[in-house]
Ligand binder design. Structure first.
Ligand SMILES: *Cc1c(COP(=O)(O)O)cnc(C)c1O
Length: 406
């Protein structure tokens, strides 16, 4: 196997617990396992999260939801113990039957989506009520219905179609990692407005949810604490409050930005310091060679050895998610991997399926030795900094089978 991902069950469960504790009493936590658990393997991570106590999981689409349901059954989670699975990123007509059959709970915001679901319920002939969660667009302009005439029409449809049950109302924040964000405050007001209309339409959702990992992390100030606000709002409508962390479960979190801090300062984070990366992405050395001073390494000969070097060849490259921005050239330091717990610098360009690293300073490296591409000593934040992106994109980009590890 060229490379594989080892998941720390202990760290994943601990991160879940830390986030749940930080979200605090009266707040349920939906564990987001979309995008194959952010590249960590949903089939491996979902059972761990359920054993840690998760009663809701979040996925992107019906296919992911069905796969997670099957993975839980295969891992021995009894049907009666199965958590609810929220399909968070919309649906198409062709998904409606799968949603009904696999007992998934879709996020909806338009009449057409609800019609597809109501038709699928009819076709199933089971006289079921299909639960749905309504998304309010409070400022992302992505998914969701605005709190205007459109919302009234959606609520009217729901009131008139008993095959659909409004189980939840939710929204998503655009600037969750910004301390005291005026945009979040604005979004909160719009959501409150929408809740007044939901209530006026006579609908009583069981769940009200909003917020991601950064919403939990960014709750240090009582004035702007969005979780306190959410708990109060849910209380007003006799609903239960829920927050939806994803990245934090896997041990990463954006830094909290603040308007009045200088560039390199960040606002207080509530959970970030305690989170630990869950993924260790590993490969093995497949070749070793010595080069002499003056020899070049890799495509376009961007790297010239200044002295004799011992190089190790790794069978991974950008096709596997090892970003090409980690490439090193003469005079430009790139990324690194961990060999025997020591840094080994990437040498020359990362290619599609191969990467060369410098093991001159590490004794006894042999073909077949394990190498850590991501994990202790080299984090997704390190890769993100070099690649000019965020840890989200780094972990989601890892293409390797995953399994439970140490
Ligand atoms: C992905 C997602 C989340 C989780 O966000 P993180 O930043 O990873 O914690 C929460 N809610 C919705 C609607 C999402 O799509």
């Amino acid at each position: 196997m060229k490379s594989w991902v080892e998941i720390s069950e202990r760290r994943l469960a601990t991160n879940y617990r830390l986030l749940t504790e930080a979200a605090s009493v009266g707040m349920s936590v939906l564990a987001v396992v979309k995008a194959d658990a952010y590249g960590h393997g949903a089939a491996v991570c979902a059972p761990v999260l359920v054993r840690a106590g998760a009663r809701w999981l979040g996925v992107t689409d019906a296919q992911e939801g069905a796969a997670v349901g099957e993975a839980l059954a295969a891992a021995g989670v009894a049907a009666s113990e199965r958590p609810d699975i929220l399909v968070m990123s919309g649906l198409l007509a062709e998904d409606a039957d799968a949603i009904v059959q696999h007992r998934l709970v879709p996020v909806v915001w338009g009449r057409q989506q609800m019609e597809w679901l109501a038709d699928a319920v009819d076709r199933s002939g089971k006289g079921l009520r299909q639960r749905v969660h309504l998304e309010i667009d409070t400022g992302m302009a992505r998914q969701g219905v605005r709190a205007d005439a459109e919302l009234k029409a959606v609520l009217e449809y729901l009131s008139q179609h008993p095959s659909l049950e409004l189980d939840g109302v939710m929204t998503h924040f655009a600037s969750a990692e910004v301390a005291g964000s005026p945009q979040t405050l604005e979004q909160r007001m719009r959501f409150q407005q929408a809740m007044r209309e939901v209530s006026a339409a006579g609908l009583r959702p069981a769940w009200i949810h909003a917020g991601n990992s950064s919403t939990i992390d960014n709750s240090a100030s009582p004035q702007t604490d969005t979780l306190v606000w959410l708990r109060q709002l849910a209380g007003e409508y006799g609903a239960r409050a829920m927050v939806r962390p994803g990245l934090g479960l896997y041990g990463y979190c954006l830094l909290i930005e603040c308007a009045d801090c200088s560039n390199d300062k960040h606002a207080e984070a509530r959970v970030r310091p305690g989170l630990q990366p869950v993924m260790t992405w590993k490969t093995r050395v497949i070749g070793l060679r010595e080069v002499q001073a003056g020899e070049t390494v890799g495509y376009n000969a961007t790297f010239v050895a200044k002295q004799p070097m011992r190089l190790a060849l790794l069978p991974v490259g950008y096709a596997d998610g090892l970003r090409r921005e980690l490439s090193a050239a003469t005079g430009i330091v790139g990324g690194w991997v961990m060999v025997q717990g020591q840094r080994a610098a990437i040498v020359g360009r990362v290619s599609m399926n191969l990467t060369v690293v410098d093991v001159s300073g590490i004794t006894g490296v042999a073909v077949g030795d394990e190498v850590v591409l991501l994990g202790d000593g080299v984090t997704a934040d390190d890769h993100a900094l070099l690649a000019g992106t965020i840890a989200y994109e780094i972990v989601c980009g890892v293409r390797a089978p995953s399994r439970l590890g140490a």
